[in-house]
Write a protein that binds this ligand. Structure first.
Ligand SMILES: [Zn+2]
Ligand SMILES: [Zn+2]
Length: 201
């Protein structure tokens, strides 16, 4: 299956998404150092990482891969240029999953000892190391900019009015920008917009 050609488009789209990242505040007591670095890791402490700078973008993904592989309703994923992430503890274990929909590889990274998911890499975003937002020592230090794959979100999920939402990916297979769902003035659920049941990633 064709996978080439979209890498630079992907990076450009990540740039366009990165409009509302909250400026970093220095809170050394919450896992941030004085040089703009943030740390995180797994539950048992064996796998640790350090990121430098802000994420290029961060979103909540409701796709079935994120649901199944995390055992939860969604994943929070923060995108960092690979050079801005350093693993400073045990090397995370990986599992390579080929999407049955688009054929590209997704590689979750987790602690071999406690099983906590700390990150992943994706073939389509090969320049990025994705960090699972809940694994930061302070999971509140960055803001998410979009919810994606709303089509497969669980029915009880309520979406905030101030975050862009996409029925599926924010980018088409061809690399074009997708249209977000219409903005809402208050918190909403799938039942309000009569969406859902679409093709899953
Ligand atoms: Zn662990
Ligand atoms: Zn996902």
């Amino acid at each position: 299956m064709a996978v080439a050609g979209a890498a630079s488009d992907y990076i450009e789209l990540l740039r366009t998404l990165a409009l509302a990242i909250r400026p970093s505040t220095l809170r050394a007591d919450k896992g941030e150092t004085m040089t703009g670095m943030h740390e995180g890791g797994c539950l048992c402490g064996a796998v640790r990482y350090r990121v430098t700078g802000e994420p290029r973008t961060a979103f909540v993904c409701h796709c079935t891969f994120c649901q199944r592989s995390s055992g939860s309703a969604f994943q929070v994923l923060a995108f960092f240029p690979k050079g801005n992430v350093e693993f400073i503890g045990a090397t995370p274990s990986t599992y390579e999953h080929q999407s049955p929909i688009h054929g590209r590889m997704l590689r979750p990274q987790f602690c071999a000892r406690c099983g906590s998911r700390v990150g992943m890499t994706a073939q389509r975003a090969s320049d990025f190391q994705l960090i699972c937002g809940g694994s930061f020592d302070d999971p509140n230090w960055f803001r998410v900019q979009a919810h994606v794959f709303i089509d497969s979100a669980v029915d009880w999920m309520t979406f905030p009015p101030d975050v862009r939402c996409y029925a599926q990916h924010f980018m088409t297979e061809a690399g074009a920008k997708e249209q977000p769902l219409p903005p809402q003035s208050k918190a909403w659920s799938k039942a309000d917009l009569s969406i859902g049941g679409g093709v899953l990633p």
